[in-house]
Design a protein around this ligand. Structure first.
Ligand SMILES: Cc1cc2nc3c(=O)[nH]c(=O)nc-3n(C[C@H](O)[C@H](O)[C@H](O)COP(=O)(O)OP(=O)(O)OC[C@H]3O[C@@H](n4cnc5c(N)ncnc54)[C@H](O)[C@@H]3O)c2cc1C
Ligand code: SF4
Length: 332
């Protein structure tokens, strides 16, 4: 691990200033919140900041459910959000996604802001022993396209990078049109979570639209989908403590036995949380008949490309959508 200075500023303005100061001196700075991802990357020499700016105690950790929808303070932990009665009642898909993530220890420590900004689990990115990783070292190549890519994406990929986005929470939030509130050196702004993530294209090392030094302060979810029938289905190699091979976040507004409106986002298959609007359109007005759902789910494969060992995901994601819609639709 490269030595670094740990800064513990007393307020957010001081944190922004410390980050900007480090940037000006050409000395890279990074933020750290719960540290569950960042510390691993520091230990493995993947991240090499000169200055680490702690966000501990600086950000809101409240969870509010009301007429305006849901507001998650960026410092709220995964465990706090998953256990919140209002989240369980009105946004159960979010609680399910969180409880399907990581372990109780990690969930007690990890924050909302850190969760949606966690880095990919691509093994070539996380092991500096591999030279070819465009995300870690721009221009070095991509070891995964012709290597072990069982965990990698089939949607939104480029020749430069096929790493899957890792956060389950982000998938559930994108399905619900969540927005992130951001504060930075140039003030505050709001960004739809779906638009926060960039596709890898030719610059896979630039993962989000955040400007240098910007901090996520909160995540909001509009009230429109509160109380809809929802389900987060995660398929993985083992029952816990494991990232998604394929996941689907589904929210349905039902009209008797028919779906009036649907929201569907996929995890484990996209280089960012992947909303499948063509599937949503096909589900609107549909019954829950298996053949109808299969036809709608097949549309998720549009534009998908396998890289060998992850080819199975293209069919699996369709099955996962069908099962998640059936489960959500059957909920009272
Ligand atoms: C063993 C293990 C299993 C896991 N399994 C899963 C899983 O199944 N599903 C899943 O979704 N996740 C899983 N995770 C990942 C885990 O959810 C993340 O590590 C965690 O959510 C990150 O939150 P944190 O607060 O610890 O972030 P940190 O590690 O502190 O930070 C992560 C990144 O976010 C940045 N950051 C943090 N907060 C902010 C902010 N407010 N504004 C701007 N930048 C910020 C940091 O600079 C850093 O780049 C697992 C982790 C471990 C260790
Ligand atoms: S998939 Fe992306 S993160 Fe993984 S080795 Fe290739 S460039 Fe690096």
């Amino acid at each position: 691990m490269q030595p670094f200075v740990l800064e513990r500023p007393s307020d957010l303005a001081a944190a922004l200033a410390l980050h900007a100061q480090a940037g000006r001196n050409d000395a890279p700075a990074e933020y750290i919140a719960g540290g569950t991802d960042m510390v691993q990357l520091l230990q493995e020499n993947v991240r090499r900041p000169v200055r680490l700016v702690s966000l501990g105690g600086l950000l809101d950790r409240g969870v509010d459910v009301g007429p305006d929808g849901l507001r998650l303070g960026a410092a709220a932990t995964m465990a706090e959000v998953a256990a919140h009665p209002g989240v369980l009642r009105q946004f159960p898909g979010i609680a399910e996604a969180l409880l399907a993530s990581a372990s109780p220890q990690v969930r007690n420590q990890a924050t909302m802001g850190g969760n949606v900004l966690q880095r990919t689990r691509c093994p070539y990115f996380r092991d500096v022993g591999y030279a070819a990783c465009n995300k870690r070292e721009p221009g070095s190549g991509c070891a995964a396209t012709s290597g072990e890519n069982r965990w990698h994406a089939v949607l939104g990929t480029s020749d430069q990078c096929i790493a899957a986005q890792a956060s389950d929470l982000a998938v559930a939030l994108v399905a619900l049109d969540a927005v992130v509130e951001v504060r930075g050196p140039r003030g505050q702004r709001a960004v739809p979570l779906e638009a926060l993530y960039r596709l890898p294209a030719d610059t896979p090392h630039i993962e989000t639209v955040l400007e240098p030094g910007e901090v996520i302060t909160a995540i909001t979810v509009p009230p429109a989908t509160a109380g809809w029938r929802a389900h987060y289905l995660k398929v993985r190699g083992r029952a816990s403590f494991e990232f998604a091979l394929v996941a689907a976040a589904v929210a349905l507004e039902m009209d008797g036995a028919r779906i009036r409106e649907a929201r569907v986002a996929l995890g484990g298959v996209g280089t960012k949380p992947w909303r499948v609007r063509q599937v949503e359109s096909a589900l609107a007005g549909a019954s829950l008949e298996p053949a109808v759902l299969e036809r709608a789910a097949a549309l998720a494969a549009q534009g998908a490309r396998g890289y060998g060992r992850n080819d199975f995901k293209i069919e699996l994601m369709q099955r996962v959508i069908v099962r998640a819609v059936e489960t959500a639709g059957a909920r009272a």
